[in-house]
Design a protein around this ligand. Structure first.
Ligand code: XLS
Ligand code: CA
Ligand code: CA
Length: 456
């Protein structure tokens, strides 16, 4: 099926790839072919970018984005084995030349896939130098190329972020490190990356709390660490305003990994944190349902909670493996789960300036170059189907109507007074004394599930 040689036979081909000018020869622009057979996987069967649904095109609703770290820096290495994903544009060095060649491959990929957005960490695109000056210079050089390629292909930056977790200096945390010198390194990195994100027209800026958590409560001052994290966020708000960066700031919750307890545990925890520190006007959330399941919730839970509380800014649309206890960053292929997410997104009127970022990696066993396309196409088709189904659920109005009906008691009388915060405990007592025991009403879960199944 693959037109590419097996990974093991590909090596030292970086120069020939440059000569041919194409990094993915044999793969053209991915088209919409709704009638394609089951074995045709290099085409969209459901994602029709320009098709209108509920007043917006599929492209506008879905705002797909490809992440640089997994797709262009992932090697397939795991704690038990060496890299398996040998890409022909890689020459095995961390040179600027290699970084540039990789970036050209990335933009060819985005263009052929037909995705309009990308996301990256500062360290994904440019090597770190011996000093901050050198590191920043490398980042300037690679972001110049990114700017050129963005305009060549009409591709935009969904969000930028700083990698505040890979360098050994951050092993005890970045903003929550007990050493202010390390905090300063994190601040300097965020400052530069805010500038780079602005330069590239980034629509959002993300903070994922890499190692902001603890491994042992015995050596940790939880209060001071959270205060320090809030202090970094306040500096980021101030600097963003100073340089006129208008993108949305986002925090991405995750309950554990790499630390055993991450402060940004889940959506409700982060919203509570933002409100405690007066940051709730400046931040929204980037929800990764894969992290939501790690927190012990259902796939869609944090998306729905964040959205209903007015904090859903963007989504990292990947999935975990519920039979494993760690972050597997798989491509989302479950239509039902995706439908619940799309329902929440439609209900809030869309995700812009956020998007659906594929923070996903092909399995280390998926070694063909075409697997990079097949995986993204499969995930895009999953969300396209989900969009159609969610729109139908909302258009029909049956499920939303039944939910509304469950709460109809709060539309008038005593219920209305409770919702408006105008009622008292004395009135509650008087109501029960007058009306006695309430009637038992079925929750009808199975009926809701059966109706939902009817749409999928
Ligand atoms: C890790 C996170 C990370 C963020 C960006 O689990 O998902 O990749 O999305 O730093
Ligand atoms: Ca993520
Ligand atoms: Ca993840």
């Amino acid at each position: 099926m693959s037109s590419f040689a097996p990974a093991a036979k590909r090596s030292k081909t970086a120069e020939s790839v440059t000569d041919s000018g194409e990094f993915f020869p044999g793969i053209g622009k991915i088209g919409f072919k709704p009638k394609a057979g089951p074995k045709e996987v290099l085409c969209f069967k459901h994602y029709n970018a320009s098709e209108k649904i509920r007043g917006k095109t599929m492209e506008e609703w879905l705002r797909f984005s490809v992440c640089y770290w997994h797709t262009f820096r992932g090697t397939g290495a795991d704690p038990f084995g060496f890299p398996t994903l040998i890409r022909p544009w890689e020459d095995g060095t961390d040179s600027i030349e290699n970084a540039k060649r990789r970036m050209r491959a990335a933009f060819e990929f985005l263009h052929k896939l037909g995705v309009k957005y990308w996301t990256f960490h500062d360290r994904d695109i440019a090597p770190e130098g011996a000093t901050l000056e050198e590191t920043n210079k490398n980042l300037d050089e690679l972001s110049d190329l990114a700017l050129e390629l963005q305009s060549k292909y009409g591709i935009k930056l969904l969000w930028g972020t700083s990698n505040l977790f890979a360098n050994p200096r951050y092993m005890n945390g970045a903003a929550t490190n007990p050493d202010p010198h390390v905090f300063a390194c994190a601040g300097a990195q965020v400052k530069k990356m805010l500038e780079i994100t602005k330069k590239l027209g980034g629509e959002n800026f993300i903070f994922w709390g890499g190692r902001e958590g603890y491994q042992s409560i015995l050596n940790t001052d939880v209060k001071r660490e959270m205060d320090h994290m809030a202090a970094l966020f306040k500096m980021a708000i101030a600097y963003k305003n100073k340089i006129g960066f208008t993108g949305q700031l986002l925090i991405e919750p995750k309950p554990k990994e790499p630390t055993k307890h991450q402060y940004d545990y889940d959506a409700q925890t982060v919203i509570g944190f933002l409100k405690s520190y007066g940051l709730d006007k400046d931040f929204k959330l980037n929800i990764e349902p894969n992290h939501t399941t790690l927190a012990g919730h259902g796939y869609e839970h944090d998306v729905v909670v964040a959205s209903k509380l007015g904090f859903l800014g963007s989504v990292d649309s990947n999935t975990g493996s519920t039979d494993l206890g760690w972050d597997t960053d798989q491509f989302p292929m479950d239509v039902k789960n995706a439908t619940l997410v799309m329902k929440a997104i439609i209900e809030q009127g869309g995700l812009a300036p956020g998007g659906l970022n594929f923070d996903c990696k092909v399995r280390r066993e998926s070694t063909d170059l075409e697997d990079m396309f097949v995986s993204h196409i499969g995930a895009m088709d999953t969300f396209a189907r989900a969009l159609r189904i969610a729109a139908k659920v909302l258009d029909d109005g049956i499920l939303p109507g039944l939910v509304k009906d469950r709460y109809h008691g709060f539309d008038s009388g005593l219920g209305k007074k409770i919702e408006e915060n105008k009622a008292t405990l004395e009135e509650m007592e008087a109501h029960v004394l007058k009306h006695g025991e309430p009637e038992v009403r079925s929750g009808k879960q199975e009926m809701f599930e059966s109706i939902f199944n009817g749409y999928v």
